[in-house]
Ligand binder design. Sequence first.
Ligand SMILES: [Fe+2]
Ligand SMILES: [Fe+2]
Length: 430
Amino acid sequence: MLDFDEPSNSEESLLLHKLSISPSKKTHKNNGFSNAVDARQNTDYKVSKPMTSASKTDTSPIMAEPELMEEKKRFIFPVSSSLSPVSIGARRPDASAVKIIGGQGYDVRQPIPLKYPNIRQHFLNARNNFWTPNDIAMGDDKMQWNTGKLTEEEAWMFKCNISYLTASDNLVPDNLDNAILAQITANEMRQYLRWQMAEEANHIESYFFILESFGLDVEGQGQIFNLYQQVPELTAKLNWNLTFTNNVVNCDAPLGSREANRALLEDLISYYIFEYLFFPLGFSQVFALARQGKLRNTAQQYQYIWRDENLHAINGRWLIRQIIKENPELWDKAMRERARAIINEAVALETNFGKATMPNGGIPGLSINSYTSYARLMANNICQALGLDLLFDIKEHPMPWLSEYEMKQEVNFFEGRVRDYRVGSDLKWE
Ligand SMILES: [Fe+2]
Ligand SMILES: [Fe+2]
C-alpha cells in the first residue's frame, strides 16, 4: 500500500494556484531515446546524469536544438517512448523493467509482459459498456422542450450545463492526447487511455444528438453550445483544467525528470477531479430535472455517460496512486499541500458554476446549498483516496437520491427492461 505519511494539517499553508496559460506551445522533450539508444546507455544510468559530450554526438532528435540544450543545461532521461524507432535485435520487455511512467530500456509496443493486469481489465470492462446515443429514444424530451415544459430558470441551467459538458468532454481526450499518453510506459494503460478517448468522443456525440433531437437547427444549437465562451464561470472551469494541460505540454524539463513528473501529477489530479467531481455535479442538474419528470430521455443519456466517467475516475485514481507508489519522492509535503490546494480550487470553481447556472438559488429539488455540499463531499472523497487530510466538514450525502441515476445495471433499450449487468463490469470503487 502507499505510504501517505506527513499529512498536511494547515489549510493556511495551501499554495495558491496562480498559473497562466502560455500561448506558445512547445513539444515536451522526450529526448528521442529509442531502444537502440537505450541499449547504448550504461545500465546503471541515473536519471540525474547530466548530458555528456558523448551523448551530444548522438543522432537522436534532441540534437535538433543544441543551443537550447546548452543554455538550459538539460539532463538526459532515456524514457521509453512511442516515438522511439524500432530497434533490430532489441530484447523483449522484461516485467521488472516496466513502469507506469518513466520506463526505460524497452519498447512500449508489446501487449506483454502484462505488468498491470487490472488495467487490462479496465479496458475490457469499458469495452463491454460501449453504447450509442441514438439508441435512446428522445421523443418525450423533444415534446417537452418545444412546449415550454421547462421554466426559464431550468432552461438556462440546462443550456449552460450541456454547453459546459460538451466543451469539457473535448478537454479530457485532448489532455490525454497532448499531455498524458506520451508519458505512459505501460502498454496496457496506453490501451485503456486510447479507449477512454473514444468514449469521450461518444459523449460529445451524445450531447450533439440531444440538441439535434430537440429539433433545434444549427443556429439554435450554436447559441447553446457557445455559452461556455460567454458565461465567465463556465470559461473559468475550462481554463483551469487547460492550465494544467499546458503546464505539462510547455514544461521545459525532460520526460522523467522530477519537474516534469510533478507537472504530470498535477495534471492528472486536475483531470481526476474532472471525472469524479465536475462531471457528476453537472449530471446532477439534469437528474434533478428528471426527478420532476423533465428531460428524462436526456437524463438517460447522462446516466450512460456517468457510467463511463466513473470508470475513467477509477482508472485516473489508480494511475495517480501508482505513479506515487513507483515514485514516492514526488509525493512530498509540498506536493501533498499542492494537491489539496488544487482540490480546494476545484470546489470554488464548481460553486461559482452552480451559482451562475442557478442564479436564483437553485431549481425545484436542487438548491445551491445542496449542490455546493455535494461538491465538498466529492472533494473529501478525492482527498481520502489520495491519503490527504479532508478539506471540509461534511459527512452525509446531500443528495442521496442521485443513487437512483447511478447505473449499475444494463438497460435493454429496445424492450425497456433492466437485465443483469455484464459480469466483469463492476462500477464499484476498487
Ligand atoms: Fe466524457
Ligand atoms: Fe471521462
